[in-house]
Write a protein that binds this ligand. Structure first.
Ligand code: FES
Length: 255
C-alpha cells in the first residue's frame, strides 16, 4: 500500500475564495512529496466531540515548498470549524489518501462540477498534452484563474450568469470540444451524464466520486458504491470510494 502520514500541519494561509468556499495551504513536506492529483487528505478538527476527520481533495501540490492546498465548501460543523483558523494555526491531517487519476498523454478533457472542481487544478498542471477544461458552477465561480493557466477553460453556469447557460455536457456540445480521454470530478448526476457521454463517444473516462465520502479512512462504510465486478474478499459488488477510489474508470461503477 502506498505510504501515508498523519501529522500536525501548519496552515500557511487560508482565504475565502467564494461564498462559503475556502482555500487552505498546509505546510506538509511528506504528504506534498508523495501526493498525486485526485488524491485527498483527511483533516481532523480540534474540537474533541467530532472524532471523524473530513476528507477533502487536494487542489494543488507544491513539492518544492512542501505544501498542499485544499479547497472546500463549508457544509457542516467540521468544515465550519476549519474555516475559522488563520495562518500559523496547525491541524492534524492524514494523507495522501485514495488512488488519484492515472495520467495519460492524450488529448484531455477535464470536467468539474461545483466543489469537484478543485482537484482539476493540479491534474491540469501535471498533464503534458492538450487540455480542455469545462467547469460547471451554480452561479458564483472560483479557481477560474488557476484553471485557465493550465488549459483552455470553458465555464457553464446553471443560470447563465457567466459563460454558457446549462450543464457541462451542454457546454461541451455547444463548443464542439473533442478529446481522447475524460477526467471528471463532481456531483453524482454530473458524473452520470459524463459516463453516458464518454460511452457514447467511445472514450475512456476516469471519474472521481468523492462526493460520497464521509470518514475517508475506511471505517464508516458511508461511501460504498455499487461496482460491476464482484469484490474478491467480500464477494459482493461493492467498492469503498475512500479506499478503492475516489477515482474509478467510469464503466467500473454504478452511479
Ligand atoms: Fe467512511 Fe469510506 S468514507 S468508509
Amino acid at each position: 500500500m502506498a505510504e501515508k502520514w498523519k501529522e500536525r500541519a501548519v496552515i500557511v494561509r487560508q482565504d475565502e475564495i467564494a461564498t462559503n468556499v475556502y482555500s487552505i495551504w498546509f505546510q506538509t513536506e511528506k504528504i506534498a512529496g508523495a501526493a498525486k492529483p485526485g488524491q485527498f487528505i483527511s483533516i481532523f478538527g480540534e474540537e474533541g466531540s467530532r472524532l471523524l476527520p473530513r476528507p477533502i481533495s487536494i487542489c494543488e501540490i507544491n513539492k518544492e515548498k512542501g505544501m498542499v492546498r485544499v479547497v472546500y465548501r463549508v457544509a457542516g460543523k467540521g468544515t465550519e470549524e476549519f474555516s475559522h483558523y488563520h495562518a500559523g494555526a496547525a491541524l492534524f491531517i492524514m494523507g495522501p489518501l485514495g488512488n488519484g487519476y492515472t495520467l495519460k498523454e492524450k488529448r484531455a478533457l477535464l470536467i468539474g462540477g461545483g466543489i469537484g472542481i478543485p482537484p482539476l487544478v493540479e491534474l491540469a498542471k501535471q498533464l503534458n498534452c492538450e487540455r480542455q477544461i469545462v467547469a460547471g458552477y451554480r452561479d458564483e465561480i472560483f479557481l477560474a484563474d488557476a484553471l485557465s493557466k493550465y488549459g483552455t477553460l470553458t465555464i457553464a453556469t446553471e443560470n447563465g450568469s457567466i459563460g454558457i447557460k446549462g450543464t457541462v455536457i451542454d457546454a461541451i456540445k455547444e463548443k464542439g470540444i473533442e478529446a481522447d480521454i475524460i477526467y471528471a470530478c463532481g456531483p453524482t448526476p454530473m458524473l452520470r451524464a459524463v459516463k453516458e457521454y464518454a460511452a457514447e463517444k467511445g472514450i475512456e473516462a476516469q471519474i472521481s466520486v468523492e462526493e460520497r465520502m464521509a470518514c475517508g479512512i475506511g471505517a464508516c462504510l458511508a461511501c460504498v458504491c455499487q461496482s460491476k465486478e464482484t469484490d474478491s474478499h467480500t464477494n459482493v459488488k461493492n467498492k469503498r470510494v475512500c479506499k478503492d477510489g475516489p477515482v474509478f474508470q467510469a464503466e467500473e461503477v454504478e452511479l
